[in-house]
Ligand binder design. Structure first.
Ligand code: DAK
Length: 263
């Protein structure tokens, strides 16, 4: 597929999707959504990709939400199609087995905040702003914002954000536990790349297993979560990566993981 609204690059196991409609602050229109879905499918099928980074083009925005101008023209059928595709895309993003890091470089509003919330963690530039302003448009978040935000920052803070539609700064988002790190505007992408490289150098099996255990465990009771961890641990220990990791420790050298499941 020839992408026009996103840029997809893959370099040494790190994929990068840049939302690329800077004149509209990277707002999500139907075409962008389709391209994003296609890129996520391609990434899911590529076993060599270890980490995905999402960011926005230009200096002002990560993603300023759904394209309001396009939304306002939808008839019921188009709205349903947008809604279906939107939910399918967020489902695909959330269920990627590799870690996904959001590099939020400006406005992350509405669907933009929700995309970031569906990632594994968020680094933000100092000038980033987060918000769910849908209430100002007479609608509510549709990419899972009413569900993921309260789980992440707590019910009351999430309700305040959702009900007022107000934006919060990167520092506030950090203090809420929504953002892992606030970087200078210039350093954001390099900082995200550093952590992505660090994760990409770990064992593929254990990285995927750890992500899955956390995600599935959070949806379950503690005992079920520990059972999930138990199975995932056994799978990891039987992997070639675990043999390499433990042998490297004993031999006092750095492990070189190949990402193989079988021993
Ligand atoms: N849509 C379309 N165009 C947008 C846009 C958006 N969300 N945000 C900005 N733009 C455009 C502006 O119209 C302007 O274009 P021109 O007028 O120059 O042609 C250009 O980007 C620059 O924006 P501004 O001139 O407004 O720039 P400022 O610095 O003054 O303000 C701003 C930046 C981000 C504060 C402001 O642009 C703003 O408030 N934008 C709207 C933010 C917003 O309300 N976002 C939430 C959209 S609703 C669903 C899934 C998801 C959703 C819904 C359903 N289903 C699966 C059911 C999601 C909904 C949303 O995200």
């Amino acid at each position: 597929m020839d992408y026009k609204n996103i840029v997809l690059t893959v370099d040494e196991g790190i994929a990068n999707i840049t939302f690329n409609r800077p004149k509209a602050l990277n707002a999500i229109n139907g075409v962008l959504l389709k391209e994003f879905e296609h890129a996520l499918e391609a990434i899911a099928e590529n076993e060599d990709i270890r980490v995905l980074i999402l960011t926005g083009s230009g200096e002002k925005a990560f993603v300023a939400g759904a394209d309001i101008k396009e939304l306002s023209t939808y008839n019921a059928l188009q709205a349903k199609l947008f809604s279906r595709r939107g939910q399918s895309v967020i489902g695909k993003l959330q269920s990627l087995s590799i870690p996904v890091i959001a590099a939020v470089n400006g406005f992350a509003l509405g669907g933009g905040s929700e995309i970031a919330l569906a990632c594994d963690f968020i680094y933000a530039s100092k000038n980033a702003k987060f918000g769910l302003p849908e209430i100002n448009l007479g609608i509510i978040p549709g990419f899972g914002g009413t569900q993921r935000l309260p789980r992440l920052i707590g019910k009351n803070r999430a309700k305040e954000m959702i009900l007022t539609g107000k934006m919060i700064s990167a520092d506030e988002a950090f203090s809420y536990g929504m953002v892992n790190k606030v970087c200078s505007d210039e350093a954001l992408l390099a900082d995200v790349k550093t952590v992505a490289d660090e994760i990409a150098a770990k064992g593929k099996v254990s990285v995927r297993a750890a992500k899955e255990a956390v995600n599935r465990g959070l949806e379950a009771d503690l005992q079920t979560g520990c059972d999930i961890e138990c199975d995932a641990f056994a799978l990891c220990l039987a992997s070639e990566d675990a043999k390499e990791g433990t042998t490297a420790f004993i031999e006092k050298r750095k492990a070189v993981f190949k990402g193989c499941l079988t021993g």
